[in-house]
Design a protein around this ligand. Sequence first.
Ligand SMILES: Cc1cc2nc3c(=O)[nH]c(=O)nc-3n(C[C@H](O)[C@H](O)[C@H](O)COP(=O)(O)O)c2cc1C
Length: 429
Amino acid sequence: MLETQHAQARQFHADQASKDTANLADPLTLKSGTVLRNRICKASMNEALATPDGKVTDAHTSLYDVWADSGASLLITGNMMVDGKHMNEPLVVDALLDTNMDQLRKWAATGRRTNTHIWPQLNHPGKQSPKMVNDAPVAPSVVPIPNEMFAPPRELTDSEIEEIIDRFAEAAGRLQEAGFTGVQLHGAHGYLIGQFLSPHHNRREDKWGGSFDNRFRFVEEVYKRVRERTGEGFNVAIKINSSDFQKGGFTEADSIEVARRLDRLGIDLIEISGGSWENPVNRKGKQEVKKESTIKREAYFLEYAEKVKSQISTPLVVTGGFRSSAGMRQALASGAIDMAGVARPFAVDPKFGTHVLENPNHVSPVAPIKSGLKKIDAMAIMEISWYTLQIERISQGKKIQKKADGVWPALRVIYRFWKNGKAVKRVRA
Ligand SMILES: Cc1cc2nc3c(=O)[nH]c(=O)nc-3n(C[C@H](O)[C@H](O)[C@H](O)COP(=O)(O)O)c2cc1C
């Protein structure tokens, strides 16, 4: 019976994918049978609202209670860690902390009132785990990040890799038990899944490295074990880079092949993004200004999306750069995407989705935030921290602040980062 429903949903989706255009308010049926009520997705933003040891707090529930009314049909949470010893930033959630279950249930429940799906994003940062929270990061191979914020990584053993894969599966299972309707695997922005996929970062000569098949094995196993643990009706999505924009690294052709294989394996939604700490394209806004046509089309990765969309049946979300109702409508109408992913505008306007749906001329006021200090701006720390602060204010029912450029706000931001990092190290000691 359930099988027939899934088969019908798959057929429905294939028919839908062959339609050229969609409107922002149209529902989207996924392979799982889930129907998202419109085409707006709030993309993942680290909330930084957990305790230093990774506990979910009441602030998560308050925040998602507000975002349940945002107008987006799908809310991807900030990244949660599958191993609390390996965090990408301070104050992220440890998805496998036993004591988190009650709070996770409350969090998952916030979406039900408005038929909004909430999917936690699962991540292992690998070597992109800064010294401030981790002195002993791990990676597929010993290829250090050329930035003093990160300690050189240690190479993972085969059994450690197996254990991490199991952690992804166990975390997804627990989140399903807590009431979430899906999870998103973080395969973008240079974290562990991306490190395995990249020939630059993955120099292994065993079954986890070398050929494309071997580099793909980690994400393939993560997907399969998550699916095995959660079953067919549960949504499993992934966020991947269109490319790492790095010489000898993960290319656009690699990215398309990853999407094709995950499509065949049955993944429910693919989100396209780009960049990493070494090369933060989507936060810094460097590569995206290369082409005239890309500027006109608002979002950064639409040209790539067009290429990949013709080769897969899994619905596609593109995130990065969407700011206006017109830009989002145009991208959907072009047939390049099935859903528009939006992050920063939801941090300065918790009803951004509703505004976009109701007003064809709506434009978000977000603009780049710069300290004027080259090193700081290259790492996009100001951007991340300023938006994180606004997210905290939303959770507290406070007003959004005025945008703050310059050196003093940058120093305040760095102090905050440093203080939170210290707190993480204290609870570990
Ligand atoms: C404060 C902040 C936190 C973020 N945290 C995450 C994260 O946890 N996981 C992730 O995949 N992307 C994260 N991102 C990136 C966004 O999901 C998105 O890809 C990026 O901001 C580009 O989209 P936008 O132009 O709509 O903001 C974060 C972005 C911001 C601003």
